[in-house]
Design a protein around this ligand. Structure first.
Ligand SMILES: NC(=O)C1=CN([C@@H]2O[C@H](COP(=O)(O)OP(=O)(O)OC[C@H]3O[C@@H](n4cnc5c(N)ncnc54)[C@H](OP(=O)(O)O)[C@@H]3O)[C@@H](O)[C@H]2O)C=CC1
Ligand SMILES: O=CC(=O)O
Length: 293
């Protein structure tokens, strides 16, 4: 089966590599074309632009940074819309808001193509290990066609109904994750400032009711102020921003998420946007840990 793949960043590169390893023929495209070379070494073909990939493949997956990128790849010159037609599918796995997803869905279905949104929960390592959680919504027939690919990319796929539901679910999950990251950071800072061992705090957390893989994975490197990017902070801030907009639309007051978003924004303004989202710890340490105790 020939599958297209647009966007070879941290996530897309790992996902496309998994499809290749598991017997799929994959045609890739990335805005910075040189990033395709590593995938070509693993057996992929290159499409010169998104339209060329769509033309070649029965269905095409996209994994792009944000709403602007997702819209540009579909609507701009040499984009998806130029070649999408009856019998072809487009699966956008990027994290975007429901409005963006709906715009793309409408344009694709108007041309006779099928559309599925399928954002994922899980970071670089789950992407490498094929352990993502897939939050799909839209055209059920395309979902069913994509199940062999989803089985390789993820440990579980949910079908959530109409377009927008996948995007919203992903934003709710990441809003919780971003707030939890801020809470962990404040806890580490408080432990340190009050004379406790941060390592011991992590051990205590790991044995109790709020133990979780994120604290386990990110905590030790946060203590060392090390933030190699798995989930770039700029994307986490984008997700907080989009989740807060969803809260506005639904009149849901979200003071914890709003405060967390401020910390991520501050981190971006300090030039930390390309580091892992756990780098928000640098903001928390500087702003909450600067008393004279
Ligand atoms: N990293 C993670 O842990 C997770 C990320 N996500 C989501 O997945 C998506 C991708 O994340 P990730 O791989 O980490 O991000 P990266 O920043 O590593 O990659 C972003 C990709 O988008 C492309 N891109 C950016 N702007 C444009 C544009 N205007 N036109 C075309 N292509 C563009 C980049 O191309 P180029 O190489 O040319 O810059 C690159 O291929 C995001 O929506 C993110 O929120 C979801 C779950 C986990
Ligand atoms: O979107 C990020 C993730 O870890 O999930």
């Amino acid at each position: 089966m020939e599958v297209g793949f647009l966007g070879l960043g941290i996530m897309g590169k790992a996902m496309a590599a998994n499809l290749l390893k598991n017997g799929f023929k994959v045609t890739v495209w990335n805005r910075t074309l040189s990033k395709c070379e590593e995938l070509v070494e693993q057996g992929a073909s290159i499409g010169e632009n998104p339209a060329a990939v769509i033309n070649k493949c029965k269905y095409t997956i996209a994994m792009l940074s944000d709403p602007k990128a997702a819209l540009s790849v579909v609507f701009d010159k040499d984009g998806v819309l130029e070649q999408i037609c009856k019998g072809k599918g487009y699966i956008d796995m990027s994290t975007v808001d429901a409005d963006t997803s709906s715009k793309i869905s409408e344009a694709i279905t108007e041309k006779g193509g099928l559309f599925l949104e399928a954002p994922v929960s899980g970071s670089k390592k789950p992407a490498e290990d094929g352990q993502l959680v897939i939050l799909a919504a839209g055209e059920k027939a395309l979902y069913e066609e994509a199940i062999p690919a989803f089985d390789i990319l993820g440990k579980k796929a949910f079908f959530l109904g109409q377009v927008g539901n996948g995007a919203k679910m992903k934003l709710v999950v990441n809003m919780i994750m971003g707030s939890m990251m801020n809470a962990l950071s404040e806890g580490l800072t408080l432990a340190d400032k009050s004379g406790l061992s941060e390592d011991t705090l992590l051990d205590v957390l790991d044995l109790g009711a709020i133990a979780n893989p994120m604290f386990r994975m990110k905590g030790p490197s946060m203590i060392k102020s090390s933030y190699p990017p798995a989930f770039p902070l700029k994307h986490q801030q984008k997700d907080m921003r989009l989740a807060l907009a969803l809260g506005d639309e639904n009149a849901v007051s979200m003071p914890i998420a709003a405060a967390s978003n401020e910390a991520f924004k501050k981190a971006r303004s300090m030039g930390l946007g390309d580091l892992d989202f756990s780098a928000v710890h640098e903001v928390v340490k500087a702003t909450r840990g600067s008393g004279d105790a």
